[in-house]
Design a protein around this ligand. Structure first.
Ligand code: E4P
Length: 218
């Protein structure tokens, strides 16, 4: 399973990259705003800065909601860097734009997916990635992981190549369960990725090894 980090924070992206487990980055307009990145030129420059840190796909979301606007914005984003993936909302125009870009060989990520039917449409449009938001489903008492299972079944039935990018991942068990189900990619915060490192028995065992080594090598 590929690990993407879901942030526009350059320090966090660097930290995940240095860990050696990072395969890509996802951003969205809220994450860009959180970092105070505003204005077209600053936003475009920030995407290039991200591409220069990570060796992998970087999802950059369009802000337009009409087809013409999505195509114009998406082409501009795709021209920025070969690692850019054009992120499009799951709407009628978003699906049309996904088809347009996939026909041109430009990678896409269809976002804001909350049902298996939406994921089926994204695959038929030739999207590179589909992003079901599992954390936001869990937030409204709906099983986000069950949606990943449903999409996995449907895509495997027909051999769709669209990669399931489990998004809105909030914690370590989301990551572990996505891996068990067979999500192709997960995107989550740095805290969920580094949380995978932690186990008290590792800490206790290491302290014991250090103490025993020091006793024998005084
Ligand atoms: C996906 O690409 C989105 O950026 C993201 O995962 C949304 O996560 P949130 O529900 O934590 O905002």
């Amino acid at each position: 399973m590929k690990f993407f980090i879901d942030t526009a924070n350059l320090d966090q992206i660097k930290e995940a990259q240095e860990l050696g487990v990072l395969d890509g980055v996802t951003t969205n307009p809220s994450l860009m705003a959180k970092e105070g990145i505003t204005g077209k030129n600053n936003i475009l420059k920030h995407y290039v800065d991200i591409c220069n840190i990570v060796d992998g796909d970087v999802s950059a979301e369009v802000n337009a909601i009409d087809l013409e606007g999505m195509i114009k914005e998406g082409e501009e984003l795709a021209d920025l860097h070969e690692q850019i993936v054009v992120k499009l909302p799951m709407t009628k125009d978003g699906v049309k734009a996904a088809k347009y870009f996939s026909d041109k060989g430009i990678k896409t990520n269809v976002t804001l997916v909350f049902s298996a039917g939406q994921a089926l449409l994204a695959a038929k449009a030739g999207a590179t990635y589909v992003s079901p938001f599992i954390g936001r489903l869990d937030d409204v008492s709906t099983d986000g992981l069950a949606l990943i299972e449903e999409i996995r079944l449907i895509y495997d039935n027909y051999g769709y190549e669209t990669q399931i990018l489990a998004a809105s991942v909030r914690h370590t068990m989301h990551i572990v369960n996505c891996a068990k189900i067979g999500a192709d990619v997960m995107t989550g915060p740095l805290s969920a990725i580094t949380g995978l490192l932690k186990h008290p028995l590792t800490d206790i065992g290491l302290a014991q090894f250090i103490a025993d080594f020091e006793k024998g090598n005084k």
